[in-house]
Design a protein around this ligand. Structure first.
Ligand SMILES: CC(C)(COP(=O)(O)OP(=O)(O)OC[C@H]1O[C@@H](n2cnc3c(N)ncnc32)[C@H](O)[C@@H]1OP(=O)(O)O)[C@@H](O)C(=O)NCCC(=O)NCCS
Length: 220
């Protein structure tokens, strides 16, 4: 990844795709409230997590002009993650229903010189699997780090996921990725194992079950 010694987690991104169930349907002329909630931005105190729809991702992957989603992206935050985008496009070709679980842009709402600003991305690798497990991945542009944006985005993603049926939250992180390990540790995740990834090398597997006593997925 450009400008950082920390590697993102794209190598694990396709794990579990085949066994995952489809996301909620998107058919019908007038989407109901629950369906709209799947596709609407996830709002956190400072950020809108804006879903990148299939057509948008396909255009981006092909290098075609993308539809204006109401934010500026001077850093082209996905440019160092074209492999992730390509994987998501491939997933959506096989199963369009996965769309709401995949890539969202982290858009800073605060007034900036360039208006609403893309500062990173977050995604789940796929919808919940048969155990209700979702695995998160995220990245913040190098010069925007250390201000709590990843923590805020991850919490928003997890709360949304729990609302939509996730029962187990997971992250696979290289042991030398101190910020990411700090993030999941602070969020109450426990290390449950490790794995050797072909690309990323050794990764520690962190999980947090969602229990009825932890509405919204916090704690536990
Ligand atoms: C991991 C990453 C997303 C964190 O983004 P961020 O917006 O800087 O994260 P936050 O500001 O929310 O900080 C998260 C935690 O990391 C800590 N942290 C931040 N920078 C750190 C550093 N250089 N060394 C150690 N800890 C650091 C913060 O103190 C915070 O921990 P705390 O809640 O206990 O205080 C960012 O470093 C990144 O994009 N890295 C490259 C991609 C990547 O590694 N993604 C994760 C793959 S699993």
């Amino acid at each position: 990844m450009r400008g950082s010694r920390y590697a993102p987690c794209p190598a694990t991104a396709l794990r579990g795709v085949a066994r995952n169930r489809r996301g909620a349907g998107t058919h019908g002329a007038v989407p109901d409230r629950a369906t709209r909630d799947l596709f609407d931005p996830i709002r956190t105190p400072r950020l809108d997590l804006v879903l990148l729809r299939r057509e948008w991702l396909e255009a981006y992957a092909d290098g075609r002009p993308v539809h204006d989603l109401g934010f500026n992206d001077p850093d082209d935050v996905l440019s160092a993650n074209r492999g992730v985008v390509a994987m998501r496009v491939q997933q959506l070709a096989h199963d369009p229903g996965q769309e709401p679980w995949l890539l969202r842009m982290l858009v800073l709402r605060a007034d900036t010189a360039v208006g609403r600003l893309a500062i990173g991305y977050a995604n789940f690798h796929a919808p919940p699997d048969e155990r209700g497990m979702v695995e998160i991945g995220y990245q913040v542009a190098a010069h925007r780090r250390g201000r709590g944006y990843a923590t805020e985005a991850a919490e928003g993603m997890w709360e949304w996921a729990v609302r939509h049926g996730a029962r187990l939250l997971r992250a696979s992180i290289r042991p030398d990725n101190a910020p990411s390990v700090a993030l999941v540790t602070r969020a109450g995740f426990r290390q449950v194992g490790q794995q050797q990834d072909d690309d990323a090398g050794l990764e520690l597997i962190w999980e947090r079950p969602v229990t009825p006593a932890t509405p919204g997925g916090r704690g536990g």
